[in-house]
Ligand binder design. Structure first.
Ligand SMILES: [Zn+2]
Length: 494
């Protein structure tokens, strides 16, 4: 609506069809709550980088023409002119980075994150290992995942939990949250009983920055708006010029064509085909190394958790459980105003990481939109948002202990672990891929509410097993051993 209201201003000053450019950066303090609500003049929900740049508490930063500035005054606001410039980037830098025109030092560059993580790897090799999962599309920088476990030197037969951030590089708070969590998991192991239990029970992977090239554009002070990766889409040899790039959170092959935009200038440009971007392929590689029970992908902003999904009016097969877990996590994350906790909402079912992770990989993934009113928070707001979100991460890690089924499938003759499909036909329909055990250890951890379930376990070359009335107890994982009988060679000829 704010956009619409600004449009009215634009029409007034339009001259021969050419709109007057917004050359003023304007601050408005004391924006009343009714103007901040959906449909109000300062509604940030349809943030478009054209008008309203941020709205933190009751303070708005916006771009305006002279006529719009006058209209604000006329409407009884007290707009303050912060900067006038014909260079839009100068306005964005002042509006989003603040008076220093560069990223506040409380944030970390990717090099700083990697350097600190490397120190931890060196000092605590049993606790944390670095795994390169790929490299970036444009500048071929390494993309790292960090593995934290009881013995990080080798792959563990334990349920996986994943934390990733910065698919969208202007939403840099996520990198700070994951980076802080990474340090806490390593340094508080053996001191904090909760941390020790999480690390002992699980294999935890952390990807502080997925979109490393974009993150560098933001953290180096080049452009605070940068959301997409740095791909030189038009191939002119110059990368990192707004609005180039591909939205790497629209690049996954789950309803890919229904998500984002096919217009390269769009903030949500999905690229040429699913997994066209190396950042998405890095995440796919990670999912080849490990399957996850639970995960969080950090974004900004909105103080809301999106869970899979709302799809043509249909909910996800695990909707009740997804909602329950989203609610548990959200209920632990205090909002910036200190008066409430994050909301939850089903998200759309196209092309984003969380629907791919859930729909294709069976991982209960949640997008957490951290903070409210901007993508780049002022230094004084950063510690509070991190602390609040660590409480949410703790809730997720606590939930990764079950209840659910720990299905273990082996060859009944040799005892060898098998990669088998494990299907719960009363829950899982055709909207999700079949899940199953991985081949190395033969385990599949499947979060479930306590109750009774039916399972069909199949593997090529083995007789399919059907288990009726399997009971999942409250509390931790319920183990379920499934030895599969090899098909007799003479049966194959029939
Ligand atoms: Zn985002």
């Amino acid at each position: 609506m704010w956009k619409k209201w600004l449009m009215v201003g634009l029409l007034v000053v339009a001259n021969g069809g050419a709109a007057e450019p917004r050359t003023l950066l304007v601050e408005v303090d004391g924006v009343p709550a009714r103007e901040q609500r959906k449909g109000g003049r300062f509604d940030y929900s349809d943030y478009d980088r054209v008008g309203l740049l941020s709205l933190v508490r009751d303070r708005a930063m916006l771009l305006a023409t002279r006529a719009e500035f006058a209209a604000l005054q006329h409407a009884g606001f007290h707009p303050v002119l912060v900067l006038e410039s014909s260079d839009p980037l100068a306005l964005y830098k002042r509006g989003l980075y603040g008076p220093t025109l560069t990223l506040p030092a409380i944030y970390h560059t990717y090099d700083q994150i990697v350097a600190r993580a490397d120190e931890l790897v060196k000092a605590h090799p049993a606790r944390i290992a670095r795994v390169q999962i790929g490299e970036t599309t444009q500048y071929h920088r390494p993309i790292y995942a960090y593995r934290v476990s009881r013995d990080a030197r080798q792959v563990q037969d334990r349920p996986g939990v994943l934390f990733d951030a910065c698919h969208h590089s202007d939403e840099i708070m996520g990198a700070e949250i994951v980076f802080t969590l990474l340090q806490k998991l390593v340094l508080d192991y053996g001191r904090d009983p909760a941390v020790t239990a999480w690390v002992d029970r699980h294999e935890i992977y952390l990807v502080p920055v997925v979109n490393v090239d974009g993150h560098d554009i933001v953290t180096s002070g080049r452009d605070p708006r940068w959301r997409k990766n740095a791909r030189d889409v038009n191939g002119d040899g110059v990368a990192g010029v707004f609005p180039e790039g591909v939205d790497v959170n629209r690049g996954y092959d789950f309803n890919w064509a229904l998500g984002g935009s096919d217009q390269p200038d769009s903030d949500r440009y999905r690229g040429e085909h699913p997994f066209s971007e190396a950042e998405n392929r890095a995440m796919r590689r990670l999912l080849e190394l490990k399957t996850f029970v639970l995960s969080i992908s950090y974004h900004s902003q909105g103080e809301v958790i999106y869970y899979p999904w709302s799809w043509n009016g249909q909910v996800a097969p695990d909707d009740a459980l997804l909602r329950e877990i989203a609610g548990e996590v959200a209920g632990r994350i205090t909002t910036m105003d200190g008066h409430g906790t994050y909301a939850i909402s089903p998200g759309g079912a196209s092309s984003q990481s969380y629907v791919w992770l859930y729909g294709r990989k069976g991982d209960f993934d949640f997008i957490i939109e951290t903070g409210k009113g901007t993508h780049l928070f002022a230094p004084e707001d950063v510690p509070g948002i991190i602390a609040a979100n660590l409480a949410g991460a703790a809730a997720l890690l606590n939930r990764a202990r079950g209840p659910g089924l720990a299905v273990h499938v082996t060859d009944a003759v040799t005892g060898r672990p098998l990669a088998a499909e494990v299907w719960l036909p009363r829950i899982e329909n055709n909207s999700v891929d079949r899940r199953g055990t991985e081949g190395t250890f033969g385990h599949y951890w499947r979060l479930l509410r306590p109750g009774h379930y039916e399972l069909i376990i199949s593997c090529p070359g083995y007789q399919t097993a059907v288990r009726h009335d399997v009971t999942v107890a409250a509390g931790d994982w319920t183990p379920l051993e499934v030895p599969l009988q090899p098909e007799r060679p003479d049966a194959l000829g029939k």
